[in-house]
Design a protein around this ligand. Structure first.
Ligand SMILES: *[C@@H]1O[C@H](CO)[C@@H](O)[C@H](O)[C@H]1NC(C)=O
Ligand SMILES: *[C@@H]1O[C@H](CO)[C@@H](O)[C@H](O)[C@H]1NC(C)=O
Ligand SMILES: *[C@@H]1O[C@H](CO)[C@@H](O)[C@H](O)[C@H]1NC(C)=O
Ligand SMILES: *[C@@H]1O[C@H](CO)[C@@H](O)[C@H](O)[C@H]1NC(C)=O
Ligand SMILES: [Cu+2]
Length: 232
């Protein structure tokens, strides 16, 4: 019995790391990180909350992930209360992108957000908009939302750093030099070494492909152990 519960604990610990998917460290998101709901619209939070100020012209999102290889894009809704994917579509029905989809590697990074450069109408100083980051690290599309007020006077706090921003507005995608960008060392936070900043309240996955691979191995063993116990 003692063995059984320790195997279960191991399996659950491994599951929570592997399922961490991706999280956003800046700006604030709609609600507390909920890894189980990340495949859903806005991580399962349907109503805007905790609206924060965000630069009108030159902002960024910082993120961390448990997946080292991914496709990222960022949607933008100009609705003051977007509650479904339909609010993030263009009039012709496609994704309304403020950052075009791009692929890369790395378990943390930052994404350049230039709201006025994406060819989206209704963007001006004072606009309430919602950014929805789309992340696919191999286990499906995952979503996090940030409800913001665009403000040309707002400056991102200096302890939130973005040394090597990734991504381009769709209208500027032709200037993107390559299809693969490394994000492994682009997020730098004051007081820590690059790319290894400490976890935040939004929830933080372990970093490093080796760790994830090791954990995947553990998970396999843990589940096999649980199955063996259940079947016995
Ligand atoms: C948003 O605000 C609510 C109410 O104050 C709080 O419970 C929640 O934790 C906040 N979410 C985040 C991500 O700060
Ligand atoms: C933009 O909006 C902010 C907040 O409402 C305001 O402080 C600022 O003066 C505005 N800028 C311009 C150019 O109107
Ligand atoms: C934007 O949202 C803020 C906070 O929810 C609200 O006070 C303000 O009136 C809104 N502005 C517009 C133009 O809707
Ligand atoms: C495209 O984006 C790059 C990087 O932000 C910028 O330097 C360049 O001026 C942009 N080009 C256009 C046409 O907006
Ligand atoms: Cu995942």
């Amino acid at each position: 019995m003692k063995l059984t519960s320790s195997v279960l604990v191991t399996a659950f610990a491994a599951v929570s790391v592997v399922n961490a998917h991706f999280s956003i460290t800046f700006p604030g998101v709609r609600g507390p990180f909920n890894e189980d709901n990340e495949p859903q619209f806005c991580d399962g939070y349907t109503a805007p909350a905790n609206r924060t100020r965000f630069p009108l012209t030159n902002g960024f999102i910082t993120w961390e992930a448990s997946h080292g290889s991914w496709t990222i894009g960022v949607l933008l809704s100009t609705s003051t209360s977007p509650t479904s994917f339909g609010n993030f579509h263009t009039s012709s029905g496609g994704d309304q992108l403020v950052v075009g989809y791009f692929q890369g590697t790395g378990t943390s990074g930052c994404i350049r957000i230039m709201p006025t450069a994406a060819g989206i109408s209704g963007i001006q100083n004072g606009s309430n908009v919602t950014l929805q980051m789309v992340f696919d690290g191999g286990d499906g599309r995952l979503y996090q939302c940030m409800d913001v007020t665009l403000d040309d006077q707002y400056r991102i706090p200096t302890d939130v750093r973005c040394a090597n921003p990734q991504g381009q507005p769709p209208s500027n995608s032709s200037s993107s030099p390559s299809s693969t960008q490394s994000g492994s060392s682009s997020l730098v936070k004051t007081g820590t070494s690059g790319g290894t900043s400490s976890p935040t309240s939004t929830g933080s996955p372990s970093k490093g492909g080796a760790v994830v691979t090791a954990v995947n191995g553990l998970l396999g063993l843990g589940l096999a152990g649980v199955l063996a116990v259940i079947l016995a």
